[in-house]
Design a protein around this ligand. Structure first.
Ligand SMILES: *[C@@H]1O[C@H](CO)[C@@H](O)[C@H](O)[C@H]1NC(C)=O
Length: 211
């Protein structure tokens, strides 16, 4: 009787293992602390979304980079971000990311409007940053999620892209992707320039993406 039970349990375990692709292996949230490998400058390579309505917002982004740095408060990460929306338009700003365990909370103030985001980071390729961003509506409910894969240079190996697609599937994202280029906005922290003035000569270290 006991042996039969063990056999039945083993059969059940292997069945469920084949039914679910190894999502448990693929999707491991990072516990965020001062040792997390998330600091420094990151260049966006690809993003995905979980609701069709989120697609157009992301598609307006031509390039994006972020810089994450620790602060004197171990529960707070300083974020600087810069998005290129088209040839001439760069949006950038700073925000504080408040950390609690595997989730983070950020308020972005863009053109006078505040937008609230919950974030999670996952284990990914080395020199990559995988970040899930939930946009919150004013009532605190989710408007939907984006999944972003950043790398140090903006370039990504094909095998790393395949892993990203599997991770996105495990996390319930649509099999749709927006690839951005590495025509990065200059770092507005280095020089303060009046709006409209070009600062393209800045060292943006552009490297072509490997498409
Ligand atoms: C981040 O937090 C620090 C300390 O509270 C504050 O001085 C700074 O203005 C904040 N930065 C932003 C962009 O909100």
């Amino acid at each position: 009787m006991a042996a039969q039970l063990v056999v039945a349990l083993l059969a059940f375990t292997s069945l469920s293992a084949t039914a679910e692709p190894d999502c448990k292996e693929l999707v491991k949230p990072l516990v965020l602390d001062s040792h997390s490998p998330i600091y420094g400058k990151w260049v966006l390579h690809v993003g995905s979304w979980d609701k069709h309505g989120l697609k157009s917002d992301l598609q307006s982004v031509h390039s994006s980079w972020v810089d994450l740095s620790p602060t004197s408060d171990s529960g707070v990460i300083a974020l600087y971000w810069a998005d290129r929306l088209n040839e001439d338009k760069c949006l950038q700003g700073a925000a504080n990311i408040t950390i609690s365990g595997i989730t983070s909370h950020t308020a972005f103030i863009i053109n006078g409007h505040t937008s609230y985001h919950d974030g999670k980071y996952y284990e990914t390729c080395s020199d990559c940053l995988l970040s899930e961003d939930t946009t919150l509506l004013p009532d605190g409910k989710s408007k939907g999620r984006y999944l972003f894969l950043f790398t140090r240079t903006g370039a990504l190996q094909p095998s790393e892209l395949e892993t990203f697609k599997k991770q996105a599937e495990c996390l319930g994202f649509l099999p749709e992707y927006h690839f951005v280029n590495t025509d990065l906005c200059p770092d507005g922290r280095e020089k303060t320039s009046p709006a409209g003035q070009k600062t393209e000569e800045d060292d943006t270290e552009n490297q072509p993406a490997e498409d």
